[in-house]
Design a protein around this ligand. Structure first.
Ligand SMILES: [Zn+2]
Length: 78
């Protein structure tokens, strides 16, 4: 019984990690330094984009600016 459960544990960790990232993607946005617009990225982009030190390599959908931007929590915006 325990042997059958072992392979499931890493799977659960991966699923939870993906859900956490998906949740962050849904609740945060980016501010473009070039044109000043606020934009969101799809969860799939959030998951696969290169990231370092909390910043993500994203592309502005309005002006095409590409760079490392820190995600901003949606609730900070008023
Ligand atoms: Zn822009």
């Amino acid at each position: 019984m325990a042997d059958q459960l072992v392979p499931i544990v890493p799977l659960i960790i991966v699923v939870v990690a993906i859900l956490l990232v998906a949740y962050r993607a849904k609740t945060s946005h980016f501010e473009c330094p070039a044109c000043g617009c606020l934009f969101k990225v799809p969860v799939s982009v959030f998951l696969t984009s290169y990231h370092m030190l909390g910043k993500r390599n994203v592309t502005c959908p309005h002006c095409g600016y590409r760079g490392m931007l820190p995600p901003i929590k949606d609730d900070k915006e008023s």
